[in-house]
Design a protein around this ligand. Structure first.
Ligand code: TRP
Ligand code: ZN
Length: 466
């Protein structure tokens, strides 16, 4: 219940300090004066993630993947809005070969610089103007290795690919404004050999087979961060139904995981209903699960509307990824250092679910964790700023959940659950920061909470009092 949803990370040895990497590549948006879009949104953990000068309203992705050769052909049409005049701007793209690029239908000069795809349009979009970028690309996609040693992005499997982009991996399969600050709607048109299934986010609009290939058209209408997009491919058993509250469920399950997954997936509607009662209305029209067999990934991810699982989940993992639909997906991060807003909340949702379904009280979970000695991994980094190499370490999950429990104890159940619901409502389909969350909790409870948050999120080592 309190463990990160993954195997122990490998250690990276030769990681360049990020601040240094940013300096070398000129990622600091403050340095990017003039009508040139910055190479990052200014995230301290991932200086090159996202870009400056525009937001993407919509991604229209057309993909064709051959699981045997592992070759991907892609075309991405981005409808974007400039926040300033843009004589030049960047997209994020890792690997792959760009075979064509136009801006508003005119061929545009472009070059690659690490993960930056630098575009110089023939005519610069003006401030506030909409513009359309079309990129055709191809190659053999593979994952990126994160600072914590884990893989994310396009991860080939024995029958397709497991596609999970948090935090950096979206750029391994499409050119993106790759930071959760920018949220967009998506269309996915994915062609795979007949007999394989391609599963993305949102609603399946169409599926047709011709000449030995099947094309799946998925649409995600509600805003989505690029890292939460998926296009997972494999041999899957598919199940579709609509819940009593009108949510369209689409499950895709690797047959080898089907027996283990079935009893847990059966609970999805009741888990979503439980979440709606506690956190407010479920944010999306679609839901479901993708249960793959992906040992190379070793973790599940809350891909929007339809989490991907590397193997059949247990119930608390299903609850965890479901809770992320409110906390992490609908309310997205503004900065990766606030990752506890995702993982602490989803972990605390597991505790709440247990407590309300005949399991241990949240207080019991808290006490058991607090009893661990000061040299335990739980106290190794402060969850409010864990560092890019510790994004998904135990403190972010467990001490993050302990932070919420401490808040609940301090303000009482009525105020606490009102804070959670108000947080989900006020930032629905948007973004949030830790500071905004603290101010909301103070406003709702009428209490000063600076010391509580400082102790539980930022103090190094084990807090003296629970
Ligand atoms: N956010 C995922 C979850 O807890 C976990 C996750 C995403 C992860 N990317 C990761 C864990 C990379 C380890 C490494 O549901
Ligand atoms: Zn999580």
């Amino acid at each position: 219940m309190t463990h990160p949803r993954r195997r122990p990370a490998l250690r990276t040895t030769a990681a360049l300090p990020f601040a240094l990497a940013a300096l070398l590549t000129g990622a600091d948006p403050a340095l990017a004066a003039g009508p040139v879009g910055a190479s990052g949104v200014g995230d301290p953990y991932f200086p090159l993630a996202g870009n400056g000068g525009y937001y993407v309203d919509h991604y229209d992705l057309t993909l064709r993947y051959d699981p045997t050769s592992r070759h991907l052909d892609g075309r991405a049409v981005l409808t974007a809005r400039a926040t300033r005049r843009l004589t030049r701007f960047d997209l994020d793209l890792h690997g792959l070969k760009v075979t064509g690029l136009t801006v508003d239908r005119a061929p545009a000069a472009h070059r690659r610089d690490g993960q930056e795809l630098v575009v110089t349009p023939r005519r610069a979009p003006g401030a506030g103007e909409r513009f359309r970028v079309t990129v055709t690309y191809s190659g053999e996609p593979g994952p990126v290795t994160d600072p914590d040693g884990s893989l994310d992005g396009w991860i080939p499997t024995d029958d397709g690919a497991f596609v999970a982009g948090e935090p950096q991996g979206a750029m391994t399969w499409f050119p993106a404004n790759n930071h959760p600050k920018d949220k967009s709607s998506y269309d996915f048109t994915i062609t795979v050999p007949d007999g394989r299934t391609a599963v993305a986010n949102g609603v399946l609009l169409d599926r047709r087979t011709a000449h030995g290939r099947t094309t799946f058209h998925w649409r995600q209408t509600e805003p989505m961060a690029a890292c939460l997009a998926t296009a997972t491919i494999g041999k899957f058993q598919v199940e579709q139904y609509t819940t009593r509250s009108g949510i369209r469920v689409h499950n895709a399950v690797d047959p080898r995981e089907a027996t283990a997954a079935a009893p847990v997936l059966k609970k999805l509607p009741s888990v979503l209903e439980w979440g709606s009662g506690l956190f407010g209305r479920y944010p999306y029209r679609a839901a479901g699960a993708i249960v793959d067999r992906a040992p190379r990934a070793g973790y599940a991810l809350e891909t929007q509307t339809r989490p991907v699982y590397d193997h059949a989940p247990d119930l608390s993992t299903l609850v965890h990824e479901s809770a992320h639909q409110w906390f992490g997906d609908s309310v997205s991060l503004t900065s990766w250092k606030d990752i506890w807003l995702n993982e602490g909340f989803a972990t605390y949702a597991e505790w709440l679910y247990a407590e309300q379904h005949g399991g241990a009280r949240a207080q019991t979970a808290f006490d058991a964790l607090y009893a661990t000695p000061a040299d335990d991994a739980l106290w190794a980094v402060p969850p409010g700023d864990p560092g890019g190499a510790h994004l998904f370490d135990t403190p972010v999950y467990a001490r993050g959940a302990m932070t919420l429990h401490t808040l609940r104890t301090a303000v009482g159940d009525r105020a606490f659950f009102r804070v959670l619901r108000t947080w989900a409502a006020e930032h629905r389909h948007g973004n949030g920061t830790t500071d905004q969350f603290r101010r909301l909790a103070e406003r709702v409870s009428g209490k000063g909470l600076d010391a509580l948050f400082r102790t539980w999120l930022h103090l190094r080592g084990k807090p003296d009092t629970p």
